[in-house]
Design a protein around this ligand. Structure first.
Ligand SMILES: Cc1cc2nc3c(=O)[nH]c(=O)nc-3n(C[C@H](O)[C@H](O)[C@H](O)COP(=O)(O)OP(=O)(O)OC[C@H]3O[C@@H](n4cnc5c(N)ncnc54)[C@H](O)[C@@H]3O)c2cc1C
Length: 417
């Protein structure tokens, strides 16, 4: 199967069908055991995903991608994530994660250097924003990237980095000037094997067990100035507008987890009998199913609206935050309800629902917590910026509701990585 076969057809349904089949035949048999063993996706599996064209769906054809839409990329992510998040994560990182930052913000030389290898499954990238003392307040980050001659010297520690210790290159958000807050921040690509790079112990997360997570530590790490992706004072604004794309990937992961839990519950309640009847015949069970479907479909519609806008060339940050918030909270609730409807079986590893639930919690925190999405939503709704450091002070925001690509600014000091 070539990239052309799976990603360039007009019919999204064909692509979804192939992704669904690959997920079921290839990944369903390994999902439970790999999660238990905290096993990350083997490189040969990443190359297999590349052979299907899925690591370059939304990346340019001149680098080996399909030049397709985000809708297509997210459809594949969803089908894989319903079954096995670590496989979906590779498609996520390539199409909506750090590689997409390089595609949209980088120079042509940077694109040439990284994108063909990412699309071929030979190189992985991770994103380093969060730090021990800068999470929701991303603009508090203290990692420094100082330009010395024709090199950049990096010092600092990043935390919770998905792919940390395993990725081949990191997109590091760093302070590049003495200007405070977001105006001093830029981003630099740092290869994993540069002298001075080291990694913390692998985190033992509640979910995300097939995705490595570790601190990334930089001590006098030197890279050429050509590795600078964006510079202050407007680099952070560009990064965070672009980060909306990653948030729609995050939204899709949550959507997949909720949909998978709902599908499992629908099958189970019709087969499981109590009091001499399938439990689907009890009204309380029916009401629960109706609520689950309502939540999944609501999140899906919000996601689809934001993706359609993105594919039309317009990043609507309000719509992205609404979609992420809805999908994140939906996934936690719906996976929880699915466990409940499965009774004791829902509480076993064998049925896989507790895995969906554990992962749902992770996606809600990653990419900015639900609380931070609410703050952004309210800020856009009111058209005002609320400085989180001085709760009583506020000012008129320079942006309108649902600000578009180029004008978008963080509406307050938070970055919500
Ligand atoms: C599974 C997972 C994967 C991740 N992957 C990455 C990655 O690849 N790269 C990366 O850079 N980071 C990554 N992160 C980090 C993630 O972006 C941060 O954990 C997240 O932004 C929250 O930051 P924090 O953990 O420091 O929590 P804090 O910012 O300390 O927040 C703690 C609590 O306080 C609340 N809070 C904070 N500020 C406010 C406020 N102003 N008003 C109201 N409530 C507030 C938060 O909502 C939260 O409930 C990942 C995290 C997880 C869990």
């Amino acid at each position: 199967m070539s990239a052309q076969n799976t990603t360039t057809g007009d019919d999204l349904a064909d692509l979804v069908a192939v992704a669904r089949r690959v997920a079921q035949e290839r990944y369903a048999p390994m999902a439970e055991e790999a999660d238990r063993a905290r096993q990350t996706l083997p490189p040969e599996e990443r190359r297999y995903l590349a052979s299907l064209g899925w690591l370059g769906i939304a990346l340019p054809e001149r680098f080996g991608g399909a030049g397709g839409t985000f809708r297509q990329a997210l459809a594949v992510i969803e089908e894989l994530a319903k079954v096995y998040v670590p496989a979906a994560f590779q498609v996520f990182e390539a199409n909506v994660g750090p590689a997409q930052h390089v595609n949209r913000l980088g120079t042509e030389e940077q694109r040439k250097r990284y994108l063909p290898a990412v699309i071929a499954g030979e190189l992985t990238m991770a994103i380093g924003i969060s730090e021990p003392d800068a999470g929701s307040a991303a603009t508090d980050l203290t990692t420094r990237a100082e330009i010395v001659g024709d090199e950049v010297v990096l010092n600092g520690r990043k935390r919770w980095i998905s792919g940390g210790g395993e990725a081949d290159a990191y997109l590091i958000y760093a302070r590049m000037s003495d200007e405070p807050g977001s105006r001093g921040i830029g981003a630099v690509i740092v290869e994993a094997d540069r002298p001075g790079m080291s990694y913390g112990a692998r985190e033992r997360l509640m979910g995300f067990r097939g995705i490595a997570s570790a601190d990334v530590v930089m001590e006098n790490v030197r890279v050429p100035v050509d590795n600078i992706l964006v510079r202050p004072p407007d680099g952070f604004r560009k990064l965070f507008t672009n980060f909306s794309i990653e948030r729609l990937g995050n939204t899709t992961m949550s959507l997949a987890l909720g949909q998978a839990a709902l599908d499992a519950a629908v099958a189970y309640v019709q087969q499981r009998e109590q009091f001499g009847r399938p439990i689907a015949e009890f009204q309380a069970v029916q009401l629960t199913l109706a609520d689950m479907l309502l939540q999944v479909e609501s999140a899906r519609l919000l996601r689809d609206r934001a993706v359609a806008e993105l594919d039309a060339g317009h990043v609507n940050t309000l719509h992205v935050s609404l979609a992420k918030l809805a999908a994140n909270e939906m996934a936690k609730r719906v996976t929880d309800l699915a466990m409940l409807l499965h009774g004791g079986n829902g509480y076993t590893e064998e049925y896989g629902l507790e895995r969906l639930h554990r992962d749902a919690h992770g996606w809600a925190i990653a990419g900015g917590t639900p609380t931070m999405q609410r703050i952004r939503i309210a800020s856009e709704l009111l058209g005002r910026s609320f400085d989180q450091r001085r709760p009583s002070a506020s000012q008129k925001a320079p942006v309108k509701q649902g600000a578009s690509t180029n004008q978008e600014a963080p509406t307050n000091q938070e970055g919500t990585a």
